[in-house]
Ligand binder design. Structure first.
Ligand SMILES: NC(=O)c1ccc[n+]([C@@H]2O[C@H](COP(=O)([O-])OP(=O)(O)OC[C@H]3O[C@@H](n4cnc5c(N)ncnc54)[C@H](OP(=O)(O)O)[C@@H]3O)[C@@H](O)[C@H]2O)c1
Length: 222
């Protein structure tokens, strides 16, 4: 399978790219608004993987080109730029198996981080509203720490919640999550439940900030 990480030059994009490249045979495409930056970051990821004895090809492209080539497209961009990013690639993703949103709308004040969803209820639903008709949208990976994932020395033992209305797309993304060693996908229901999932992220960041030793806190459910 080909996975495109739009904004794969940033934190969560890098983290998912490294883990999928290390743990699976999927083809990883790094997208950026700037193709040169995508190629440079892709080369850095290859070097990092190589230093660990993992011989993998990771390629960089402009977001549009990466999206065009992919089966699964991950919107690894800040929440406030998700709509623009979907619009920029809209005519390239008609055949995608899933369009994945890990984004969370948050703001910060003196007390900490606060959930700030878009008017439609959640970023996942905003993506669903913006995506071309027929492109299945899935929310996933919201509650992971990019730093923890990107550090390949760390053995993961984490859950990620998956939401979406298209059963096949949810299964596809859940399988991709499960294929990362130490990560378990759990369904949290349809896209209408995305706000409950997304809103955990500011809680986790506040816990990380308030408690020593909880820097890259994540969730597991028993
Ligand atoms: N960081 C985490 O631990 C984490 C964990 C789970 C979920 N998330 C969610 O994942 C999303 C990305 O987080 P991140 O920390 O990876 O963000 P980030 O590093 O700040 O940005 C990711 C990429 O977004 C692109 N970007 C920046 N401004 C943009 C704009 N105006 N329009 C289009 N693209 C733009 C940039 O790529 P180019 O400049 O190369 O185009 C950048 O490298 C967020 O919504 C966040 O809530 C983050």
């Amino acid at each position: 399978m080909r996975i495109a990480l739009l904004g794969g030059t940033g934190d969560i994009g890098q983290a998912l790219a490294l883990r999928w490249a290390q743990d699976t045979d999927h083809e990883i495409l790094i997208g950026s608004r700037d193709a040169g930056r995508a190629r440079q970051k892709a080369d850095e990821y290859v070097t990092e993987l190589d230093s660990r004895g993992v011989d993998r090809e990771v390629k960089g492209f402009a977001n549009e080109m990466a999206a065009d080539r992919a089966d699964v497209v991950v919107l690894a961009v800040p929440a406030y730029h998700v709509r623009d990013t979907v619009e920029a690639v809209a005519d390239r993703i008609g055949d995608a198996d899933a369009l994945v949103s890990p984004a969370v709308g948050m703001d910060r004040d003196e007390s900490g981080f606060h959930y700030k969803p878009p008017g439609v209820g959640s970023v996942t639903e905003l993506v669903a509203e913006t995506a071309p008709e027929g492109v299945p949208v899935v929310g996933a990976f919201h509650n992971l720490s990019a730093d923890r994932l990107a550090n390949l020395d760390v053995e993961l033992d984490l859950d990620t919640l998956v939401v979406g209305d298209d059963e096949d797309a949810v299964e596809t993304v859940g399988t991709l999550a499960d294929q990362i060693e130490g990560l378990r996908a759990l369904s949290a229901g349809p896209a209408a439940n995305a706000a409950e999932v997304e809103s955990l992220t500011p809680l986790l960041i506040n816990i990380a900030m308030e408690n020593e030793g909880m820097h890259d806190v994540g969730v597991t459910f028993e």
